[in-house]
Design a binder for this molecule. Structure first.
Ligand code: ADP
Ligand code: MG
Length: 444
């Protein structure tokens, strides 16, 4: 092994020994190091990888390289270099026909550069980037879930745009919503074009499917998808799925399919916090070339707290109202423009609607949650209902107790802390309860 390659390998091994970092692994795959005395140059495939390595990993990489080489004060530079064709991705070998397919139906504004990263989506964004850089080699499948309007489709399309640029000859990308996939499957069956359908989805190098929960109750489409899924995964081709809920929460989708969804990385997007909402609004305003004062941005960010689509809608409305009314964009103009929207916003969630959602989620009768039974299957959902009411409503403990089976406020308090503790210990339950919490929030 050449000396530079050996040094690079030792440095990476040294990092991996201390931290399991699949994202770093994804970004350094196929990079190449060149040493010239104390100056090291790392050759990477593109600008995106270069920026991530430089901004997030510089110190870690330099320290590891210094340790591995025994030389202090090394300088590490980065340079973009396209890999030679023969070294490009093996996925191209799977390519069935020589022509690059027409670009799939991706929204041109949904790219990584327009996506604002916050605490709510940091992990998912990193995983999406990793998959875009090394399809089929990091997380497969990548399963992204979260409430309505939180950026799942945006991230999926961003991956798509990146993969269209993937430096393998004839890299084929297939993108579809699960609804479209279902319609295509049905019409292919009716029109006896199954071979064409199978070929389209089995011959691609990466498959992106949006809103996979739509496959619920569609047994035949699930069957077709199951075989496509297996063919692609077995031959190392990338699959990315989005869903409005975690795999465990999916209803009426075959267990064998759900279990395959969990084989790679499952990652979620949460509602953005205030700062992220402000950053999203600023980015959007920039794109609209509108100058929106900070107090107006703050007003909007403070009024719409869960769904980013609504946040954007509110900004559009404010900007266009100011322009139509020919008024300066002030808090007064914004408040007036948002009047209708604000009054529709935040209809408070009722205890009854929360209990109903919990009963549906856990398949327990409403009467049982509100009743006296103390069986384990009922007690946990009942405690979860109390926990959710405490977190999603302004209702007092006695109120919650009264409405959930006429219980004492101390029972409610006990239930809430019990669930808080359980969620810390049990990540599966944590995901399930949080998924429900987000959906309830988004339904507000
Ligand atoms: P979902 O698929 O989760 O329902 P979308 O991806 O359609 O949501 O996002 C809804 C809208 O919010 C889109 O216009 C999208 O561009 C925008 N959006 C969501 N998250 C972000 C983000 N982090 N940064 C910028 N825009 C975002
Ligand atoms: Mg979507």
């Amino acid at each position: 092994m050449p000396a530079d390659e050996k040094l690079w390998k030792e440095a990476l091994d040294c990092i991996y020994a201390q931290r399991n970092d699949p994202i770093l692994r994804a970004f350094v795959a196929d990079t190449c190091l060149q040493r010239d005395d104390t100056v090291l140059t790392l050759f990477v495939h593109n600008e995106l990888v270069l920026n991530i390595l430089r901004s997030r990993y510089y110190t870690i990489l330099v320290e590891a390289l210094e340790k591995a080489s025994g030389v202090e004060q090394l300088q590490l530079d980065f340079r973009v270099q396209q890999p030679p064709v023969e070294k490009t991705h093996q996925l191209a070998l799977f390519h069935a026909n020589g022509d690059r397919k027409a670009a799939p139906n991706l929204n041109p504004s949904f790219t990584f550069s327009t996506f604002v990263v916050g605490e709510n989506n940091r992990m998912t964004h990193a995983a999406a980037l990793a998959v875009s850089q090394n399809p089929g080699r990091t997380y497969n499948p990548l399963f992204i879930y979260g409430g309505v309007g939180l950026g799942k489709t945006h991230l999926l399309h961003s991956i798509g745009h990146c993969l269209l640029e993937f430096p393998a000859p004839d890299f084929d990308l297939a993108y579809s919503t699960a609804e479209n996939f279902t319609n295509e499957f049905i019409s292919s069956l009716q029109e006896k074009r199954m071979n064409e359908f199978r070929h389209k989805y089995r011959a691609c190098d990466a498959l992106l499917i949006d809103d996979i929960q739509f496959l619920a109750q569609k047994a035949e489409t699930q069957e077709a998808f199951f075989h496509i899924f297996n063919t692609l995964i077995e031959s190392g081709r990338q699959i990315v799925l989005t869903s409005d809920r975690s795999p465990r929460e999916l209803r009426d989708i075959e267990a064998r399919l759900v279990s395959r969804f969990t084989a790679g990385l499952i990652t979620d997007v949460q509602p953005p916090d205030f700062e992220t909402r402000v950053a999203i609004l600023q980015k959007k305003a920039e794109k609209m070339e509108a100058s929106v004062p900070p107090d107006v941005t703050a007003l909007i960010a403070g009024s719409f707290n869960s769904n980013i689509r609504e946040l954007e809608g509110a900004l559009n409305r404010v900007v266009s109202c100011a322009s139509i009314m020919n008024r300066p964009l002030t808090v007064e103009t914004a408040t007036e423009a948002l009047k209708g929207l604000l009054s529709q916003q935040r209809k408070p969630l009722s205890i009854e609607s929360i209990v109903r959602s919990v009963s549906e989620e856990f398949n327990i009768l409403l009467e049982d949650i509100n009743g006296k039974t103390r069986s384990k299957e009922v007690v946990l959902p009942r405690q979860i209902a109390m926990y959710l009411c405490r977190n999603l409503t302004q209702a007092s403990l006695p109120d919650i107790g009264r409405k959930i089976g006429g219980r004492d406020h101390t029972t409610v308090l006990h239930s809430v802390s019990k669930i808080e503790q359980l969620l810390k210990e049990n990540s599966t339950l944590d995901r399930r309860v949080n998924g429900l919490l987000n959906r309830l929030k988004a339904s507000q």
